[in-house]
Design a binder for this molecule. Structure first.
Ligand SMILES: [Zn+2]
Length: 146
């Protein structure tokens, strides 16, 4: 696995940095498949993938076993800041792309309490929305104004 951002910005990423990234995507090791890994279609890529709005935070490459392939597949992974991501497989023999999604956490968001907002120094406003995932603690804030 190549942690491109870390290897580019910091030539020697610490084990703690690598462990945090593995935890973010729910990976037991750097050669493991991220959790909640499943094949998606082009419609999912066009409508649900965060790539519509954000650039991936991390990119890596790994060779994994797909159930319907005789040989291991060379897969490119793109992980976002919130622990979700997608992977692309160039199916050369069938002349097509295949896409997969993954998520370190299937977030369940709720509106945080005033005390939680105080602790995060982040409060909702007119077009500013904040939410928290109780499963992983991910804090999300979105400004929907123009
Ligand atoms: Zn979560």
């Amino acid at each position: 696995m190549l942690l491109q951002k870390l290897s580019y910005l910091t030539p020697k990423a610490s084990q703690e940095e690598i462990d945090n990234i593995l935890k973010l995507y729910g990976m037991a090791s750097k050669h493991a498949i991220p959790t909640n890994f499943k094949e998606v279609d082009e419609e999912w890529m066009a409508t649900r993938c965060l790539m519509r709005m954000y650039s991936p935070t991390y990119m890596w490459w790994s060779r994994i076993k797909l159930e319907d392939k005789k040989y291991d597949a060379d897969m490119h992974f793109f992980g976002f800041y919130d622990g979700t991501g997608f992977a692309m497989y160039h199916d050369y023999n069938n002349k097509r792309m295949r896409y997969f999604s993954f998520a370190g956490c299937i977030h369940e968001f709720r509106q945080p309490t005033k005390e939680e907002c105080d602790a995060h120094h982040d409060h909702p406003g007119r077009c500013y929305h904040v939410s928290i995932c109780d499963k992983c603690g991910y804090w999300k804030s979105v400004d929907t104004s123009d």
